[in-house]
Design a binder for this molecule. Structure first.
Ligand code: MOS
Length: 732
C-alpha cells in the first residue's frame, strides 16, 4: 500500500476526445444501417383501442413497423430493483396498455432517418382513457410506507433512540418542510442503440453504465442464451444514472434488427428521453432538529415522501444519508413512496443525497441562527467519529477538516452573521453560505485481467464504464505506478462484455471497486514477473523483464469484492444483477464528505441571483487521478448550481408527461452562470476501506451545493426558501 499522492496525469483520452476520434454508441454509422423512430402515446393513461400503421408502412423506404400487435414472444426484462434488468418492470408495446404519456406505441425502421420520422408521425392510435395522477398531492396518487413493502429488507427505516420524545423535550427546535422537484439527467449523448445480428448472435452498441444488465436483460426479453449476446460500450457520453439499466428502446431495436436482418439504429430524441427513461423523482422532506442551548444536537427526524411509478417501487434512501451528517444523539428516518402515473423514476446524480443534504443542511443553518452561533462552528461542534444510525465507527471521516480548510480558503472569518448585512459596491446584496454533503462508500465486486507484452503493451480489462468521469486515467495512474511504466502506456478495456464481467458503474463506486482490483492484478503481475527469474523486478518495465526472460507476454487475473460479501456475489456480477456492498460493513461505515462555501450576489432591482464564487473541499480518501477528480468536483458544483436555481421538469396535472422536454426550456446553468470554483482535496487515504485508500467522489461533489446556495440566499436577503429551484420570482 503506497501512501504517496498520485501525480497530476492529463486525461488519457483527452486528445482523442477533442479530435472527435472516440466513437460513442449514438455515433455508430456501420454500413447497411436502418434508422428507427418511435411513435408515442398521446394520453396520460389508458389503453390503445385501435392502432393504424398503414400510412406509416407505405412511406417510401420503410422496412418495418412494430406495434403491440406484432411483438409476441418478447418478454419484459423486469425491474433492476426487482430481480430484473430494466429501469422499470413495464416494457411498452407488449400489450395495448398505456401507463403514462409519451410511452412508445410503435417503432418504424426505414432506410433513412427522415423516412422513419415521417412514418412514425403517421401512426394513428385511438385510446380508451383512464384517470391518472402525476404529482405527489394529486387525487389518485397512492402513498405506501416503504417499511411495509419488500424493499424494507434492503432499505430499512433508521431508528436510533427515541428521537420523537427527545425532540419534543429539546430546549431548541427547528422544524420545516422542504421540496425538491422532478428533474431529468439530460446527458449530452442521447439514449441510443445500434443492434446487429451476426448470425444468431446479437451485438449491441450502446452507451450504458451497465453493459452486463443490457446483455442479460436482452437474454431474458428475447429468450436467448448469454453466449448469444454481447454489449459494447467503450465510452458513454454522460449517464448520471439514466443509463444504469436496460432501456425500453434497446429491446425494440433488437427485435427490429432481428425482423429486418439489418443493423438497426435507434436514437431516442430528447423530447422522448424525458418520457422513455428514468428521472429524479419529486420529493418532500419534513425535518425536525432538536438541540440544547449550547448547540449540541439531541435529535433529528427526517420523514420523506418521494415519487415512484404505478408499476414499480423505486426505493427511497434519503434518510440513510441525512443520518450520517452529524452525531445527532438520536435519529428517526422514514421513507414513504407515492405512486404516480409516470415511467419509473430512478437514480439521478446524488439521487437521495442531494435532496437529503438540502433539507438537513438548511435545517442546520436555521438552528445556527436560532442559537446565534456561527454555522461553521455549529457544524464542527456536532462532528462525530461514530455513525448515529449503527453505532459503528466511520472508516474515515474528515468533514471537520473540509470545513476548516474551506473556511480558511474562502475567508469565512470576514463574514458578518446578520442577514442582509453584506453589500457590494453597487448595492448588490451579498450572502455567504456553507453546507456539507455526504455520499455512501460502496464497492461492487470486480474481476480484472492484466496483460503485458514484450512490445511494451499494458492492457487492463476490468468491469466498469467510462462515462467521462476519468476512470481510464485513474486506472492508468494506478497500474502505471505499480508497473513502472508511463500512464499513457496503459490501455484500459471497459464497458465490453467480451473482455471482463461488467459491473454497473454508478453510485460513485467505480474508483473504489475497479482500482483496488487493478492494483491486485498489478501486484499479481509483479509476482509473475519476479517468478520469471530475471532478478529484482523493482522499477523495471515489464517489457524489458519479458525480453530478458524470452517471453512474449504474461497475463494475470485478480478479483475482489466488498468486505463481507460471499463468493457467490461473483455469479451475481456475471449475471448482470446488482451486487453492491456497503456503506455499512461489519466493523465500520464508510461515507465520503464535502464542504461547500458559496457567495451569492443578488441584484437589488431584478433580484437576479448570481454565484460568483464557490470553494469546495472534498474528503474522498486517496485521490487517484487529481486532474479528473478536480473536474468531477467542478461538474458537481455546476450541477448543484443548476439544482439550486434552474432545473425542474415541469408537469401539468391535466395532461401528464413532462412539458419542457428539451434543452431550450429545461434550463441548465451555462458558462455565464458559473464563476470561480476552487477545489481542494483532503487526500487522506482510507486503507481500512480498500488497498487504494479511495472512497467515491463523483456524486458527493454535488451534495450540499444547493443547500449552501440557499443558505447564502438567506444570509443575503433574510428569506428562508425551502423549495427548489429558487427563482427570481421567489425573491420579488
Ligand atoms: Mo449514479 S445517479 O448512481 O449513476
Amino acid at each position: 500500500m503506497s501512501d504517496l499522492p498520485y501525480p497530476e496525469t492529463p486525461r488519457v483520452d483527452a486528445l482523442d476526445k477533442v479530435r472527435g476520434k472516440l466513437v460513442f454508441g449514438a455515433d455508430d454509422a456501420r454500413p447497411g444501417l436502418l434508422h428507427a423512430a418511435l411513435a408515442v402515446a398521446a394520453i396520460g393513461k389508458g389503453r390503445i383501442a385501435n392502432i393504424d400503421t398503414k400510412a406509416a408502412s407505405s412511406v417510401r423506404g420503410v422496412r418495418l413497423v412494430l406495434s403491440h400487435d406484432s411483438m409476441s414472444a418478447v418478454k419484459a426484462a423486469g425491474f433492476i430493483l426487482g430481480g430484473g434488468y430494466g429501469f422499470q418492470s413495464f416494457q411498452p408495446m407488449l400489450s395495448p396498455a398505456i401507463a403514462y404519456r409519451g410511452q412508445p406505441i410503435a417503432l418504424v425502421a426505414a432506410e433513412t432517418l427522415e423516412a422513419a420520422v415521417e412514418a412514425a408521425a403517421l401512426v394513428k392510435a385511438s385510446y380508451q382513457t383512464d384517470a391518472f395522477a402525476v404529482t405527489l398531492d394529486a387525487q389518485g396518487a397512492e402513498t405506501v410506507n416503504q417499511a411495509d413493502t419488500p424493499l424494507a429488507k434492503f432499505f430499512p427505516d433508521i431508528k436510533t433512540g427515541d428521537a420523537d420524545k427527545i425532540f419534543a423535550e429539546a430546549p431548541v427546535k427547528v422544524e420545516a418542510v422542504f421540496t425538491c422537484p422532478q428533474q431529468h439527467q439530460n446527458p449530452i449523448e442521447l439514449i441510443a442503440t445500434v443492434a446487429e445480428w451476426e448470425g444468431d448472435k446479437l451485438v449491441v452498441h450502446e452507451s450504458t453504465q451497465n453493459a452486463e444488465a443490457l446483455r442479460h436483460g436482452l437474454v431474458h426479453a428475447l429468450g436467448l442464451t448469454p453466449d448469444r449476446v454481447e454489449v459494447i460500450s467503450p465510452y458513454c457520453g454522460g449517464g448520471f444514472g439514466q443509463k444504469n439499466s436496460l432501456q425500453m428502446q434497446t429491446v425494440l431495436a433488437a427485435v427490429a434488427a432481428q425482423r429486418t436482418r439489418r443493423p438497426v439504429k435507434l436514437v431516442v430524441p430528447r423530447a422522448q428521453v424525458f418520457h422513455d427513461a428514468s428521472f429524479r423523482p419529486a420529493s418532500r422532506h419534513h425535518v425536525r432538529l432538536g438541540a440544547d442551548h449550547s448547540g449540541k444536537m439531541l435529535a433529528a427526524i427526517h420523514e420523506v415522501h418521494a415519487q415512484t411509478s404505478r408499476h414499480d417501487l423505486f426505493p427511497g434512501e434519503y434518510a440513510a444519508t441525512s443520518a450520517r451528517l452529524y452525531g445527532y444523539g438520536s435519529f428517526r428516518g422514514e421513507e414513504r413512496l407515492v405512486r404516480t402515473d409516470t415511467q419509473t423514476p430512478g437514480y439521478m446524480r446524488a439521487p437521495f443525497e442531494h435532496p437529503a443534504c438540502f433539507a438537513m443542511e438548511l435545517s442546520v443553518d436555521e438552528l445556527a441562527y436560532r442559537l446565534g452561533q456561527d454555522p461553521v462552528a455549529l457544524r464542527l461542534a456536532n462532528d462525530t467519529t461514530t455513525d448515529t444510525a449503527t453505532g459503528r465507527p466511520f472508516s474515515s471521516r474528515h468533514v471537520g477538516e473540509c470545513l476548516r480548510r474551506g473556511a480558511a480558503r474562502f475567508g469565512w472569518e470576514r463574514r458578518s452573521m446578520a442577514p442582509q448585512s453584506m453589500r457590494g459596491d453597487d448595492d448588490t446584496q451579498i450572502g455567504w453560505g456553507v453546507a456539507i454533503g455526504a455520499y455512501p462508500g460502496i464497492i461492487v465486486p470486480a474481476i480484472a485481467r492484466l496483460k503485458v507484452t514484450d512490445d511494451g503493451g499494458v492492457v487492463i480489462s476490468v468491469g466498469g464504464h467510462e462515462m467521462g468521469q476519468g476512470i481510464r486515467t485513474a486506472l492508468a495512474n494506478a497500474v502505471a505506478r505499480k508497473l513502472s511504466v508511463p500512464p499513457e502506456q496503459v490501455v484500459a478495456v471497459l464497458g465490453d462484455t467480451r473482455a471482463a464481467p461488467q459491473h454497473l458503474t454508478a453510485g460513485s463506486w467505480g474508483t473504489a471497486s475497479a482500482i483496488p482490483t487493478a492494483i491486485d492484478a498489478a501486484d499479481a503481475m509483479l509476482k509473475g514477473l519476479a517468478e520469471l527469474g530475471t532478478g529484482d523486478v523493482t522499477g523495471r518495465a515489464p517489457a524489458l523483464i519479458l525480453k530478458a526472460a524470452g517471453r512474449r507476454s504474461l497475463e494475470v487475473e485478480a478479483r475482489r469484492k466488498a468486505p463481507g460479501q460471499p463468493d457467490a456475489i461473483f455469479s451475481r456480477l456475471r449475471s448482470g444483477l446488482p451486487s453492491i456492498g456497503g456503506p455499512v460493513y461489519a466493523d465500520y461505515v464508510t461515507f465520503s464528505y464535502i464542504a461547500h462555501f458559496v457567495e451569492v450576489q443578488i441584484e437589488r432591482e431584478t433580484r437576479r441571483i448570481r454565484v460568483p464564487r464557490v470553494v469546495s473541499v472534498a474528503d474522498c480518501g486517496r485521490v487517484v487521478s487529481p486532474r479528473t477528480a478536480a473536474s468531477q468536483v467542478r461538474g458537481g458544483v455546476v450541477w448543484g448550481i443548476g439544482a439550486a436555481l434552474r432545473e425542474v421538469s415541469e408537469v401539468d396535472p391535466r395532461f401528464g408527461g413532462f412539458l419542457n422536454a428539451d434543452l431550450a426550456e429545461y434550463v441548465l446553468p451555462v458558462n455565464a452562470d458559473i464563476g470561480c470554483i476552487e477545489v481542494e482535496f483532503i487526500d487522506q487515504p482510507d486503507f481500512t476501506f480498500n488497498n487504494a485508500g479511495a472512497k467515491g467522489l463523483g456524486e458527493v461533489s454535488m451534495t450540499g451545493v444547493a443547500a449552501a446556495i440557499a443558505n447564502a440566499i438567506f444570509h443575503a436577503t433574510g428569506r428562508r426558501l425551502r423549495q427548489l429551484p429558487i427563482r427570481i420570482e421567489h425573491l420579488l
